[in-house]
Design a protein around this ligand. Structure first.
Ligand SMILES: Nc1nc2c(c(=O)[nH]1)N(C=O)[C@@H](CNc1ccc(C(=O)N[C@@H](CCC(=O)O)C(=O)O)cc1)CN2
Ligand SMILES: Nc1nc2c(ncn2[C@@H]2O[C@H](COP(=O)(O)OP(=O)(O)OP(=O)(O)O)[C@@H](O)[C@H]2O)c(=O)[nH]1
Length: 459
């Protein structure tokens, strides 16, 4: 964070590629002012590169020593990612080289009296948002795409980035606006209001809106699961094969995220994905009493994830029979969907006929695992294949919930025939505003700032 308040009007620079070594690394600049952009590019590149044409050049410091050889790519406003004037330098992917490039750029800008500074996290995307290149849900999808831990999650985020989610939000908003306009027009002619509204089928329109809202909310809730991972709680006596099942489920599908250095790995939480849907398996064996302070914190967290769980997997040992009582000291939420899994059926002479919701598997030889995966996704209501879903955040679901509450009140008003049209209209306005929070049309600046500050630098 810089000491002074960052100005949206400053030119910014950042290394756009991930820290570490890579074949190629990219330094990206965004300039609001075309004149300082031209002055800077000419000095920095030795000549002004042609827009959108890869230009090979050697960057030199003030003593004419080479800093790096690379490719410059220039985009004039507004046809760029940020909507401003953008210069990219694609150099060699080492931190010393790239930091050298940035350092030289800052020194050169100082000499030219151009207030170039390091970009804050998310600032490039924030500018794209401010310049109407992306709406807020799309900008958030940029961060989610980068964070995606599986191809399926990445596809869902890419769908949101391309506007699949935003389009549906906007379509719903348009329908509400249409009805609002009708109501406003009617308000001016109170004598004819009832007849007028009946003719225009205001109730029918509202029913359609409620329907569209319900579908969008469902899809968004699914989208949140794509993003945050489904919480699955695994319970079972010692030795029934919890670890074995986990490994078997993980197989080659173990989440890419868990391999990223720096993501803290709870022993009792395992991230994996099933058919590309991210899951967090919470092993309740970790929920024992302990005097250890750190462990206690971990346990408190685990308890919380149990409370928020989407599914309970009860694992039993087939050689022990189904009868044994589940001895768990956990108070498990009763409303949780449950699947009982009978493990080690390979040890039985034949696979038993079982009731619904009890699945025979063998973690050892893989029997029943595909059915278990189907059952898990079905139980938690992931109906869409990742190819058709989009990614969403809890923030979006919350806004859709608020929208739904206002639509429900509007619906009640619509059932009454006396003079409450203005209340009906007001509820529609509030429903509409809630949708505006998703696309960023109705969000205060500080909240916007908070959302973008969670991006990585250079994004
Ligand atoms: N080198 C490079 N690769 C990148 C990015 C980048 O900024 N630089 N991106 C950064 O995230 C992503 C691509 N996103 C981009 C989105 C829009 C525009 C752009 O220039 N848009 C203009 C022109 C559109 C056109 O030519 O069709 C515009 O919207 O007006 C560029 C990149 C991933 N790859
Ligand atoms: N035959 C057979 N053995 C299994 C199967 N699954 C697990 N086992 C064996 O059962 C034993 C216990 O398995 P684990 O996966 O360690 O069980 P756990 O529930 O994680 O055990 P705790 O960590 O003690 O709670 C091991 O010897 C496994 O090889 C199975 O499907 N078939």
């Amino acid at each position: 964070m810089s000491l002074h308040q960052p100005q949206h009007g400053d030119p910014i620079v950042a290394i756009a590629t991930a820290p570490g070594k890579g074949g190629v690394g990219v330094v990206r600049f965004s300039f609001p002012s075309p004149s300082s952009f031209q002055a800077f590019c000419t000095a920095f590149c030795g000549k002004l590169p042609k827009p959108r044409l890869a230009t090979l050049l050697t960057l030199r410091d003030f003593d004419q020593h080479a800093i790096d050889e690379g490719i410059a790519l220039l985009f004039n406003a507004p046809a760029s990612f940020t909507g401003e004037n953008v210069l990219e330098f694609q150099g060699h992917g080492g931190q010393a080289v790239l930091q050298g490039v940035v350092g030289h750029a800052l020194a050169l800008a100082r000499q030219l009296n151009i207030p170039l500074r390091h970009a804050m996290p998310g600032e490039f995307t924030q500018r794209a948002f401010l310049n109407d290149k992306l709406d807020l849900a799309q900008a958030e999808a940029v961060a989610d795409l980068i964070d995606a831990g599986s191809i399926a999650t990445a596809k869902a985020a890419a769908a949101s980035l391309s506007g699949v989610f935003s389009k549906q939000v906007n379509a719903l908003a348009d329908r509400i606006v249409h009805l609002r306009l009708l109501l406003e027009a009617t308000l001016d002619f109170p004598e004819e209001e009832i007849e007028f509204l009946e003719k225009a089928d205001a109730k029918g329109q509202l029913a359609d809106i409620l329907n569209a809202h319900r579908q969008l909310l469902g899809a968004a809730q699914e989208g949140v699961k794509f993003r945050d991972g489904l919480q699955i709680v695994l319970v079972g006596e010692p030795n029934v094969g919890k670890s074995s099942l986990l490994n078997a489920l993980a197989g080659e599908e173990i989440a890419i995220v868990s391999a990223i250095a720096g993501t803290t790995r709870d022993r009792i939480k395992q991230e994996l994905n099933i058919r590309g849907v991210p899951l967090v398996l919470v092993d309740t064996a970790g929920l024992r009493d302990t005097a250890d302070e750190v462990e206690r914190i971990g346990i408190a967290r685990t308890r919380k994830s149990v409370e928020e769980a989407d599914l309970l997997l009860i694992l039993k040992d087939a050689t022990q029979g189904l009868q044994d009582a589940l001895n768990t000291h956990l108070e498990l939420p009763l409303h949780l969907p449950t699947i009982t899994v009978l493990n080690k059926v390979d040890l039985l002479p034949k696979v038993p006929q079982l009731l619904n919701d009890v699945l025979p598997v063998s973690a050892k030889n893989g029997l029943g695992l595909e059915q278990l995966k189907d059952a898990i996704l079905a139980k938690v209501g992931i109906a869409h294949t990742p190819d058709h879903g989009f990614m969403a955040r809890q923030r979006h679901v919350d806004a859709l919930m608020v929208c739904g509450q206002h639509l429900a009140v509007a619906h009640e008003f619509a059932q009454q025939d006396d003079r409450i049209l203005d209340l009906f209209a007001e509820e529609l306005r509030l429903a509409h505003d809630a949708l505006g929070e998703i696309t960023g049309r109705m969000l205060p600046d500080d909240l916007l700032g908070l959302i973008f500050s969670r991006f990585c630098i250079g994004k």
